[in-house]
Design a protein around this ligand. Structure first.
Ligand SMILES: C[C@H](O)[C@H](O)[C@H]1CNC2=NC(N)=NC(=O)C2=N1
Length: 110
């Protein structure tokens, strides 16, 4: 099923993170994102014309994260938002991270 139709499930740890192979296979479903940290993180850069539009996007991501109960790490400023997604409880990637990434891609940027 398309990742955007799925919901994040609570993750309290105790399971292994995705393997590098699994992480790479799932990457095809979130084009525009890249793996980093030895395939323990998903990252994407978003560009904006100014600060207020970057901040508005940050707030849209925040509302989505609260709805999904799964949260990205955000670094933003004038003209950009850098999003890093991983599952803190397992210090690596889980399908939740790909669901969140796919839903972030569906958010309006303007
Ligand atoms: C129970 C619930 O799944 C946890 O508290 C959530 C909240 N949001 C989270 N977000 C991320 N990125 N990683 C987590 O491990 C995490 N845990």
């Amino acid at each position: 099923m398309d990742l955007r139709q799925q919901r994040c499930t609570p993750c309290r740890g105790g399971i292994p993170p995705l393997s590098m192979t699994e992480a790479n296979d799932l990457l095809a479903s979130v084009p525009g994102w890249m793996l980093e940290g030895g395939a323990t993180r998903l990252r994407r850069h978003f560009g904006f014309p100014d600060f207020v539009s970057a901040l508005a996007f940050v707030n849209r991501i925040g509302a989505l994260a609260e709805e999904e109960g799964h949260h990205p790490d955000l670094h933003f400023g004038w003209g950009y938002v850098d999003v890093v997604v991983y599952t803190h409880a397992i210090a690596g990637l889980h399908v939740n991270d790909y669901i969140l990434a796919a839903k972030i891609d569906a958010l309006p940027t303007a």
